[in-house]
Write a protein that binds this ligand. Structure first.
Ligand SMILES: *[C@@H]1O[C@H](CO)[C@@H](O)[C@H](O)[C@H]1NC(C)=O
Ligand SMILES: *[C@@H]1O[C@H](CO)[C@@H](O)[C@H](O)[C@H]1NC(C)=O
Ligand SMILES: *[C@@H]1O[C@H](CO)[C@@H](O)[C@H](O)[C@H]1NC(C)=O
Ligand SMILES: *[C@@H]1O[C@H](CO)[C@@H](O)[C@H](O)[C@H]1NC(C)=O
Ligand SMILES: *[C@@H]1O[C@H](CO)[C@@H](O)[C@H](O)[C@H]1NC(C)=O
Ligand SMILES: *[C@@H]1O[C@H](CO)[C@@H](O)[C@H](O)[C@H]1NC(C)=O
Ligand SMILES: *[C@@H]1O[C@H](CO)[C@@H](O)[C@H](O)[C@H]1NC(C)=O
Ligand SMILES: *[C@@H]1O[C@H](CO)[C@@H](O)[C@H](O)[C@H]1NC(C)=O
Ligand SMILES: *[C@@H]1O[C@H](CO)[C@@H](O)[C@H](O)[C@H]1NC(C)=O
Ligand SMILES: *[C@@H]1O[C@H](CO)[C@@H](O)[C@H](O)[C@H]1NC(C)=O
Ligand SMILES: *[C@@H]1O[C@H](CO)[C@@H](O)[C@H](O)[C@H]1NC(C)=O
Length: 861
C-alpha cells in the first residue's frame, strides 16, 4: 500500500515535471515566429552565444522579449557582433520580421546594416513603437511610408548616411516623442508641419545638411524637451514662436549660419532649460537678459557669435552651472557675473573691462579682453575704439604695475599721504591703548584686508605699522578644548576624500564639504587653505568666535582639525536646507506644477525673524557687541524646519568704539572713494553695518531676486533706486510691484509684506545712526502688522512713539524709517554709502534738492 502510494506520487511528480518542461519548451508559441527569428539570425549572422539555435528565443536569446502568450515583442541586437561569415557580406536583410506579428520594438543601434531601410517596414511592421537604427551604416532615403507606423514613439535614425529630404508625411506620426535624424546627410527644409507632433520631446536634427530657417511652427511642440538643430545650414533667425517650447531642457542650434538677433522674449517661458548651446551660429545683437536668470541652467555656450551686450547684470548661479563659454563675442562692461561654481569658464575674446573680482576662479579663461591685470589682453587702441563706438569711455587699464586699490589712490594725493601718515601713528597709539580692552580680532581683520588688497605689500600709510603689531598675541584661547579634535584621516573618510560630489560650495574663506562621521552624524567641513594670509587669520577669528559664543540661532560648531600646516578644517553640524539662496527656490518633486517652487511668505517671514534674532543676540546679548560683518543670504543656514542658524563668522568682530566711528578713522576714510571703503573698512565694524546688510536680506526675501545681498555696493544702489519708490508708507499696494512674482499673498499677507518692506527701508537708511536697533527689528518682525497699522492709522500716536519718549518698538523702527524718507531714491542712486559715513558730498546735496520739492512736507513731520 505504502509503496504503491509512493509510486503514484513519484509518477505524478514525473508527469508534472514533464508538463512544466514542455510548457517552457513551448514558450515561443508559434513555429512561424521561431523560424522567422532563425531566418533573421542567419541573414544577419548573429552569433550562437547571443542566439543559440537550440535554445528557446523567449528564454535564452539575448535581447528578445516575448509577451505572456509567447509572441515576440522586442528585438534588441544593439551592439551585437556578427559571425565571421555574417561579416563578409553584411546586408540590411531582415525580411522575416514580417512574420513577427506583435513586434513593438526593434533596436539595432550600433549593428551594421548597410543599405537602405527596407520598404516593407512601413507596410508590414505596423505594430512597431520603437525603431532605433542609430549608427547602423544605413544609406538611402527615409521611406515615405514610414508614416504608416502610426504607433511609433521613438524613431532614431541618427549617425547614418541617410540622404534626401525629410518626408513631410512623417509629421503624421502623432505619437512620436523622439525624432532623431542627427548626423546624416538629410537636406532640404525642416517640414513646417513638424509642429503638429504634439508629443515630441526630443527633436535632434543636428549635423545634417539642412538649410533654410527654423519653422515657427516648432512653437507648437509644447512637449518638446530636447531640440538639437546644431550644425545644419540654417539661415534666417530664431523665430519668436519658439518661446512656446515651455518644456524645453536642451536648446541646441550651434554651428549654423543664422543671422539676426534673438527675440528678446525668447527665454521668457523656457524656465526648464538646462543646456543652451548657440555656439558659432552667427547670431548678433543683444542677448536676452532673461537667460541669466534661468534657474536650472547647467551648460551655456554662446561662443563665437556677435552678441554685444553690456553685461552688467548681477547673476548668482548657485551650484548648478558647470560650463559657461561666452568667448569670442563682443560682451563688455565690468565683470559682475557671479561665477561661483562653474567648472569651466571661458570669457576670452570679449571686451570686458575693469578689475577681475575675487569670485572669478583662477582657471577661468580671460584672455583677449580689456581687463586690468590678466595677461594677453587686447591693446589699448582696440579697447578704446570699441568703447568709443558704444558711446563709453574706456578707463585704460588702471595705473601700470600696481593694481588700482584704495591704498594706491592715496599715492595720488599728497595731502592725504601726510594725513594718513599722521593718522597712522595716532591709530597705532589708539591700538596700543585699546588693545587690552577690546579683543583683538578686529585688529587682525583690518590687517588681513590690507594684505589681501596688497598681496605684495607696500609701504604707504599706516598699514605697515599694523603689520608690525603682534596680532595673535592678544588671543590667548586654548582652542584644544573647543569642540572635538578630528584627525585628518577621519575627515577624509567622512567627506569621501573631499570629493567633488561632496562639495557644497566654494566659499570666500574656504570650501565647504558635506560629510558623515563614523557615528552617522552629518557634518559640513570647511577646508581652509592657508596659502592666503587672509584665510590664516580668518579661521582663527572663527575659532575665537566659537570658543566664546553659542546660541540656537548660530550654526552648531562640532570641532576642528588643525594638524596640517597647509590646511585647517572646521566642522559644523549639517544643515539639511542649506543656505538661503539654495532654498529660496527649490525643485519640487510634484509632477503637477512645473517643478520649481519658491519658499512661501510665512517661511520667508520666519527666516527674516530668525536672522534678526541671531543678530540681536550678537549685538545686544554679547558684551561687548559682536558685529557679524558678513550678513548675506549665503551666511543664512536653514535646518530641516527652516529655522535660521547663522554661519560665516570668519569676519565677525567686536563693535569698535561703541559704534561711533573714531575721528581718525573718519579722516582716513576721506581718502577712499565711497564704494571702496565698505567691505573691509572699519566702517563695517559697527552694528549699524549689520543692520544695513540685514536690510538687503529683507529686500532679497521680498523681491525673490537672488544675489541682492551679495552684490556689489554700486549694483545694489541701482537696485535700491529702482525699488524704493514702491515702498511707500501711504500705499500698501505699491509693494506688489516689487514682490516676488512666485509668491501668492492675500490681503492679510500683503500687509506683512508691506511691513517687512518698511522695516527693510529703515534698515537701509543711509545714515547709520538712523537705522533701527536689531532688537527693535526683532520686535517689529514678531508683530509686523503693528508696524503698518500704527503707521497708517495712528499717525498721531506714531508721532509720540517715534520720538525719544516712545516705548513701542515698532514705532521706533517706523520712526527711524520715517526719518529716512528724505528722498531715498536720490540716496540710492547717489552715494548712499558716503552719506552712511557722514560725508557731505556733492551727490547727496543733489539728492536732497531733488527730494526737496515733493517730500518736504513729509520730512518735516
Ligand atoms: C494572449 O492570447 C489571448 C488569446 O488569443 C489574448 O486574449 C490575450 O490578449 C493575449 N495576451 C497578450 C498579452 O497578448
Ligand atoms: C539592448 O541590449 C544591450 C546588449 O544586450 C543591452 O546592453 C541594452 O541594455 C539593451 N537595451 C534595451 C533598451 O533593452
Ligand atoms: C512567413 O511565414 C510564412 C508561413 O510559415 C512563410 O510561408 C513565409 O515565407 C514567411 N515569410 C518570410 C518573409 O519569412
Ligand atoms: C537601443 O539600445 C541602446 C543600447 O543598448 C540603448 O542605449 C538605446 O536607448 C536603445 N534604444 C531605445 C530606443 O530604447
Ligand atoms: C498613441 O498613444 C496613446 C497613449 O499611449 C494610445 O492610446 C494610442 O492608441 C496611440 N496611438 C496609436 C495610433 O497607436
Ligand atoms: C543630437 O545628436 C548629436 C549627434 O548625433 C549628439 O551629439 C547630441 O548630443 C544630440 N543632442 C541631443 C540634445 O540629444
Ligand atoms: C569655448 O568655445 C570656443 C569656440 O567654440 C572654443 O574654442 C573653446 O575651447 C571653448 N572653451 C572651453 C573652455 O571649452
Ligand atoms: C545695464 O545697462 C543697460 C544699458 O546701459 C541699462 O539700461 C541697465 O539699466 C543696466 N542695468 C543695470 C542692472 O545696471
Ligand atoms: C566699470 O567700472 C568702472 C569703475 O567702477 C566704471 O568707471 C565704468 O564705467 C564701468 N564700466 C561700465 C561699462 O559700466
Ligand atoms: C577649474 O577649477 C575648478 C575648481 O577651482 C575645478 O572644479 C574645475 O574642474 C577647473 N576647470 C578646469 C577646466 O580645469
Ligand atoms: C591693436 O589690436 C588690433 C586688433 O587686434 C590691431 O589691428 C592693431 O594693429 C593693434 N594696434 C597696436 C598699436 O598694436
Amino acid at each position: 500500500m505504502v509503496d504503491q502510494r509512493k509510486k503514484i506520487t513519484l509518477l505524478v511528480f514525473f508527469f508534472f515535471s514533464l508538463l512544466i518542461e514542455s510548457t517552457f519548451e513551448q514558450k515561443i508559441s508559434s513555429l512561424d515566429e521561431k523560424s522567422a527569428l532563425l531566418l533573421v539570425r542567419s541573414s544577419l549572422g548573429i552569433r550562437s552565444r547571443d542566439w543559440p539555435v537550440k535554445g528557446n528565443p523567449c528564454l535564452n536569446w539575448n535581447g528578445i522579449k516575448c509577451d505572456a502568450n509567447g509572441t515576440v515583442t522586442e528585438i534588441n541586437i544593439s551592439g551585437f557582433r556578427r559571425t565571421r561569415t555574417g561579416n563578409q557580406n553584411p546586408q540590411f536583410s531582415v525580411d522575416s520580421l514580417v512574420n513577427l506579428t506583435r513586434l513593438a520594438s526593434f533596436n539595432a543601434s550600433r549593428f551594421s546594416l548597410p543599405g537602405p531601410i527596407p520598404a516593407f517596414f512601413g507596410l508590414s511592421l505596423l505594430t512597431l513603437e520603437v525603431l532605433d537604427l542609430s549608427s547602423c551604416s544605413i544609406t538611402g532615403t527615409i521611406p515615405e511610408n514610414l508614416n504608416r507606423l502610426s504607433r511609433l514613439r521613438v524613431l532614431d535614425l541618427s549617425k547614418n548616411s541617410i540622404s534626401g529630404e525629410i518626408p513631410p508625411s512623417l509629421t503624421s506620426l502623432q505619437n512620436l516623442s523622439i525624432l532623431d535624424l542627427s548626423s546624416n546627410s538629410v537636406r532640404g527644409l525642416i517640414p513646417a508641419s513638424i509642429g503638429a507632433l504634439s508629443k515630441l520631446q526630443r527633436l535632434n536634427l543636428s549635423r545634417s545638411s539642412l538649410s533654410f530657417s527654423i519653422p515657427p511652427s516648432l512653437g507648437d511642440l509644447s512637449a518638446l524637451v530636447d531640440l538639437d538643430l546644431s550644425f545644419n545650414d540654417l539661415s534666417g533667425s530664431v523665430p519668436s514662436e519658439l518661446k512656446e517650447l515651455r518644456n524645453l531642457k536642451a536648446f541646441v542650434i550651434a554651428g549654423n549660419r543664422l543671422s539676426g538677433s534673438l527675440p528678446l522674449d525668447l527665454f521668457s517661458f523656457l524656465s526648464k532649460l538646462q543646456v543652451v548651446d548657440f555656439g558659432d551660429s552667427g547670431l548678433i545683437g543683444a542677448l536676452p537678459s532673461r537667460l541669466w536668470s534661468l534657474p536650472e541652467l547647467k551648460i551655456l555656450d554662446l561662443s563665437g557669435n556677435h552678441f554685444s551686450n553690456l553685461l552688467n547684470i548681477t547673476v548668482s548661479f548657485d551650484s548648478t552651472v558647470s560650463m559657461l563659454n561666452i568667448s569670442g563675442n563682443m560682451f563688455y562692461g565690468n565683470l559682475t557675473l557671479l561665477l561661483r561654481r562653474f567648472q569651466v569658464i571661458d570669457l576670452s575674446g570679449n571686451y570686458f573691462e575693469g578689475k577681475v573680482p575675487d569670485f572669478v576662479p583662477i582657471n577661468a579663461s580671460l584672455s583677449n579682453n580689456c581687463l586690468q591685470g590678466p595677461k594677453n589682453q587686447r591693446n589699448l587702441s582696440d579697447c578704446a575704439l570699441f568703447y568709443q563706438s558704444k558711446g563709453l569711455t574706456f578707463d585704460n587699464f588702471g595705473p601700470p604695475e600696481e593694481k588700482k586699490s584704495p591704498k594706491s589712490s592715496w599715492l595720488n594725493n599728497r595731502k592725504i599721504v601726510i594725513l594718513a601718515a599722521v593718522g597712522g601713528s595716532i591709530l597705532v597709539m589708539l591700538f596700543l591703548i585699546l588693545l587690552p580692552i577690546t579683543v583683538s580680532f578686529c585688529v587682525r581683520r583690518r590687517n588681513q584686508s590690507s594684505t589681501s588688497n596688497h598681496p605684495r605689500g607696500n609701504g604707504v600709510g599706516p598699514l605697515p605699522l599694523d603689520e608690525t603689531l603682534p596680532s595673535r598675541e592678544g588671543v590667548s584661547i586654548n582652542f584644544a578644548s573647543l569642540g572635538s579634535s578630528f584627525s585628518y584621516q577621519q575627515l577624509l573618510n567622512a567627506t569621501k576624500e573631499f570629493s567633488d560630489s561632496n562639495l557644497i560650495k566654494k566659499g570666500q574663506s574656504g570650501d565647504l564639504f558635506k560629510g558623515v562621521l563614523e557615528t552617522g552624524v552629518q557634518i559640513v567641513v570647511k577646508r581652509i587653505s592657508l596659502e592666503s594670509t587672509k584665510n590664516n587669520e580668518a579661521y582663527l577669528t572663527e575659532l575665537d568666535f566659537f570658543s566664546r559664543f553659542a546660541h540656537p540661532r548660530i550654526v552648531p560648531f562640532i570641532g576642528k582639525c588643525l594638524e596640517s600646516t597647509t590646511h585647517k578644517f572646521l566642522v559644523y553640524k549639517y544643515m539639511p536646507n542649506g543656505d538661503l539662496p539654495s532654498s529660496l527656490f527649490y525643485k519640487s518633486n510634484s509632477l503637477i506644477d512645473d517643478g520649481l517652487k519658491s519658499l512661501d511668505w510665512i517661511t520667508r517671514l520666519k527666516i527674516a525673524l530668525g536672522v534678526a534674532e541671531g543678530l540681536s543676540y550678537l549685538h545686544h546679548d554679547c558684551s561687548p557687541s559682536i558685529v557679524h560683518r558678513d550678513v548675506q543670504a549665503s551666511s543664512i543656514l536653514l535646518d530641516d524646519k527652516f529655522e535660521v542658524r547663522l554661519g560665516s563668522f570668519s569676519k565677525a568682530c567686536h563693535q569698535e568704539n561703541n559704534g561711533r566711528p573714531r575721528k581718525i578713522a573718519r579722516m582716513l576714510r576721506l581718502s577712499q572713494s565711497s564704494q571702496e571703503s565698505v567691505p573691509g573698512s572699519p566702517a563695517t565694524a559697527t552694528c549699524a553695518y549689520d543692520v544695513y546688510c540685514f536690510g538687503k536680506i529683507l529686500v532679497e526675501l521680498i523681491t525673490g531676486k537672488l544675489g541682492i545681498s551679495s552684490c556689489e555696493e554700486t549694483q545694489f544702489k541701482k537696485i535700491l533706486s529702482e525699488i524704493m519708490p514702491y515702498i511707500s508708507s501711504q500705499e500698501k499696494e505699491a509693494v506688489m510691484n516689487i514682490l516676488d512674482q512666485s509668491l501668492m499673498v492675500d490681503e492679510d499677507l500683503l500687509e506683512e509684506v508691506w511691513a517687512m518692506a518698511i522695516v527693510a527701508r529703515s534698515c537701509l537708511n543711509p545714515k547709520p545712526t538712523r537705522r533701527p536697533l536689531m532688537r527693535h527689528i526683532v520686535q517689529a518682525l514678531e508683530n509686523p502688522l503693528r508696524v503698518v497699522r500704527e503707521d497708517s492709522g495712528e499717525s498721531e500716536r506714531f508721532r509720540t512713539t517715534g520720538s525719544s519718549r516712545g516705548s513701542s518698538s515698532s514705532g521706533r523702527v517706523f520712526g527711524s524709517w520715517r526719518q529716512s524718507t528724505s528722498d531715498p531714491v536720490a540716496a540710492g542712486t547717489s552715494s548712499l554709502l558716503s552719506q552712511a559715513e557722514g560725508l557731505a558730498t556733492g551727490s547727496s546735496a543733489r539728492g536732497s534738492s531733488r527730494g526737496a520739492s515733493s517730500r518736504r512736507s513729509m520730512k518735516d513731520v
